[in-house]
Write a protein that binds this ligand. Structure first.
Ligand SMILES: N[C@@H](CCSC[C@H]1O[C@@H](n2cnc3c(=O)[nH]cnc32)[C@H](O)[C@@H]1O)C(=O)O
Ligand SMILES: [Zn+2]
Length: 432
């Protein structure tokens, strides 16, 4: 057995208490073996965590990772106009090479900000899976299926691809990659296709992931055409199972919160995207009180515009208070749980908690910084003051992905150069 010891640090436990401990990891099994004192002597390799906080690797519950190529391409518009006028025309020009370059850039940014797992809906999923496998992260991947603007045959092809891709990538990279069936949203996929394909996803035994209740404009047509709120409609379509999770949940009413709590379906809250597109304020405190599992996601880098989960945690706390008109709503503990356990539970990965036998996924955060001094409360620092650039080391499945800010699984300069080149070529093709 090859082992790694993370030494000298303070460790964030699942109940959010912090304790001084070394952590011993089985690198072959990718598991936490032991917490204790002076474990360095027993290990093949060590990571120094002196003056640092050892936390679970962060979990990004909703992303479109290759959208890093579109970062800063089109800003300052509402969802509908932004997608239709700026994003979809450019996405029509994506190639496998652009996806590879954008995914490498996105996972590089994730590793540098302590994220070890993510859920992703996009195109060219086998290419995304290859990059995830090489970079060493965990991911639940799926192909986004859309019916609007397509003829019937094209929709069937798209949905079929969604199923085939889910079957193909599930279990790749020693099980670090899992999958889901991902119809884009309740309004961009016509009901007849949801009725036909969601049961097929059940046959594959994969969860269903989609966008829902993101803007008011998405709620109104469903109420008008089907006479029920969107999440009641999702339940009718069989998309409200306990393993299912959807992004946003901004415009949900009490009846829908009740449905979620009862069904055990999870919500991925994306506060930065919701603020930037002015989609609205999700009632996160209400959902938590009702017992809904809430995770956090960045959404794509074009509506955020970064992939830092520490930023997302801070945004979630801030926006949650504003939404509830209550400074005690969505407190530090709640967002620290969301960015670890909440997202992990939501997307169905057994990571997000540091305990013996759990996946060895860590972010090690340098606390010896002016903005993290003094240290009254480290959970408060994680929620409100720590930044992506404070992450010293990132470990996933027992493997060191970043040591002292140097990413070991990707060549940072080459990834940035390729992404720049592919992004420029992509925009040039779209402008043609
Ligand atoms: N196969 C589909 C691809 C869908 S991928 C998922 C899509 O979600 C889009 N997207 C990104 N952020 C959001 C959001 O906040 N709400 C809805 N869609 C988004 C993203 O640009 C991408 O087009 C097709 O033929 O178009
Ligand atoms: Zn999205």
């Amino acid at each position: 057995m090859t082992t790694l010891a993370i030494t000298g640090g303070q460790v964030l436990l699942p109940d959010l208490t912090v304790t001084r401990a070394d952590v011993l990891v089985d690198q072959d099994g990718g598991e936490i073996l032991e917490f204790g004192d002076e474990l360095a002597g027993e290990a093949d390799d060590t990571l120094d965590a002196e003056g640092s906080l050892v936390t679970p690797g962060f979990v990004n519950g909703h992303c479109h990772v290759a959208m890093t190529l579109l970062r800063g391409h089109a800003d300052d518009k509402p969802l509908d106009a932004w997608l239709q006028e700026d994003i979809w025309p450019v996405e029509a020009e994506l190639t496998a090479d652009s996806i590879r370059a954008g995914t490498e850039l996105g996972v590089l940014e994730m590793i540098k900000s302590g994220t070890t797992s993510f859920a992703d809906m996009y195109f060219f999923v086998p290419t995304i899976a290859d990059v995830v496998a090489e970079a060493g992260l965990r991911a639940r991947l799926g192909h986004g299926v859309i019916s609007v603007g397509k003829d019937e045959e094209a929709v069937h092809e798209d949905a079929q691809e969604g199923l085939e891709v889910a079957a193909e990538v599930d279990g790749m990279a020693d099980g670090r990659i899992t999958s889901a069936f991902m119809p884009h949203s309740l309004t961009t996929v016509d009901g007849q296709y949801l009725s036909e394909y969601v049961p097929k996803a059940r046959d594959l035994d994969v969860p269903v992931h989609y966008h829902a209740n993101e803007t008011e404009d998405e709620v109104t047509p469903i109420v008008e055409n089907h006479g029920v709120r969107p999440l009641a409609y999702a339940a009718e379509k069989g998309m409200l199972e306990s393993e299912d999770f959807f992004a946003h949940g901004v415009h949900v009413d009490e009846s829908e919160i009740g449905l979620l709590a009862e069904a055990g379906t999870s919500v991925i809250h994306c506060p930065a995207s919701n603020m930037k597109l002015a989609s609205g304020m999700a009632p996160v405190q209400r959902m938590l009180e009702a017992g809904v599992t809430v995770g956090l996601g960045t959404d794509g880098a074009a509506s955020n515009n970064d992939l830092s989960m520490l930023d997302e945690a801070r945004d979630a706390a801030m926006l949650g208070k504003l939404a509830a008109d209550d400074a005690s709503a969505v407190p530090a503990e709640a967002v620290v749980k969301m960015v670890t356990q909440g997202s992990a539970d939501a997307i169905g990965l057994d990571t997000g908690r540091l305990e013996v036998g759990a996946p060895a996924d860590f972010a090690v955060i340098d606390l010896e910084q002016p903005h993290l001094t003094p240290q009254h409360d480290l959970v408060s620092h994680l929620a409100y003051a720590a930044a992506a650039s404070d992450v010293r080391h990132t470990v996933c499945d027992g493997q060191v992905l970043m040591r002292d800010r140097e990413v070991l699984t990707l060549d940072e300069d080459a990834v940035r150069a390729r992404a720049t080149e592919e992004a420029e070529a992509l925009i040039a093709r779209a402008d043609d």
